[in-house]
Design a protein around this ligand. Sequence first.
Ligand code: FNR
Length: 385
Amino acid sequence: MKSITCIEDLRVLARRRVPKAFFDYADGGSYTESTLRANRADLEAIRLRQRVMVDVSKRSLETSILGETAAAPIILAPVGLTGMQHGDGEILAAQAAEAAGIPYTLSTMSICSIEDVAAATAKPFWFQLYVIRDRGFTKDILARAQAAKCSALVLTVDLQVLGQRHRDLKNGMTVPPEIRLNNIIDMATKPAWALSILRGKRKTFGNLAGHVKGMDDVTSLAEWTNSQFDPALNWNDVAWIKSHWPGKLIIKGILDVEDARIVADLGADALVVSNHGGRQLDGTSSSISALPKIADAVGSRIEIMMDGGIRTGADIMRALALGARSCMIGRAYAWGLGAGGKAGVAKTIDILKKELDITMALTGVSRTADIGPQVLVNPQAMRAG
Ligand code: FNR
C-alpha cells in the first residue's frame, strides 16, 4: 500500500477490486447527486488560516467522544452492506477502529451480525438502528445490542423512505449478488474479492436473517427490508426507544435547527449533522453548511458530530472549526476496505490522522480542543450562508 497517499487513491483501488454494483452502491448518491457533490464542494470552499512561528512541537489529536477518550476526532459511520465491499467487512472495520482507538458503528443493515462483531472485538462498539414497522423486531435487536455491550445507540432518522439511487437500480444491486451474466463476468475479474466473500462468515443481512419469520430466502429479505422501514416514525417514538435502550443515544440525520432543538430537548447525548452522505434528500444543504447554525443553537446543550464529504484531515479541521466535536466517515473507509481489507481501513484512518496533524501544525494549533473559528480565513461567511 506504499503508493496509497490519499483517500482518493483508496477509492481508485476499490473501484478496481470491488464488483461494480457494490462499488457504485458505496460511491453514489440519490437522484442527480447534487447534495453528494455539495458536501464536497462546500467543504473545499472553506479556506484555512495559515499561521506561522507558533510552537507546535507537541501536538495531540486526542479528544473525548461521549465522555470516552478517542485517539482522534474520527468515528467510523454506520455503512450498510460493508461486508459486500470485502468479506467479513464489518469485523475487519471494527477491528481496525479498535486498533486505532476510535469508535466503530455497526449498521442495522450489516452483513456480519452484532454477535459476530462482538465476538471478534474486545472493546464496545456502537450500534445504529433503523426503526422498522415490526416493533417486536426493533425491541429484540435493541436487546441484542445491549447483550453485546454496545456502548451507544445511533438512531438514524433521515431514512423513513429510501431516496432513489439510480446507479443501484441500473446495476440490479442485490444481496447476495444475483447470478447474471454481466455479474459473473464482473466478479470473475475480481478474484480476491470473490474469495474474501466466499471465505466470509455471512453472505446476507446478518442482523435480520434468522430473526425475522419466513425470511429464509435472502432476496425476499432484501425486499422485506425495503418495505419495512417505518414512515410513521416520529419524535414521540424516541421515548419508546429510550425505554428499551438505557445507554447513550445519538440521533443521526439532523440538518435543520428546529429539529436540532427538538433532539436537544429530548435529552439525547449527541446528534449527527448529516444528509446521509447525499444519499437521501437530493437538493438539500450540504452537511458542512448546516453545521454552524446547529452548533450555535444547541452546541452548549448537546454533543455535535458531523458527517458528509469528509475526505481529508483538513475537512475534519473545517468541521471542528464550525462546531463539531468529531466527524463520522462513511465512504472513506468503505473504499479502504474494498482496496485492502483491514489494512485498507487502517490506512484510511492513518491518512486522515496524519493530514489532520499536519493541518493543525500549519494553522498553529496543538490540541484538537483548541480548534475553533480562529483557524478559518472567514468564519462569518459560513454562519451567514
Ligand atoms: C451509508 N450511510 C448509512 N447510515 C446509516 O445510518 N445506516 C446505514 O446503514 C448506512 N448505510 C450506508 C451505506 C453506504 C454505502 C454509505 C456510503 C453510507 C450513511 C453514513 O452513515 C454517513 O452518513 C455517510 O456515509 C457520510 O458521508 P461520507 O463520509 O460517505 O461522504
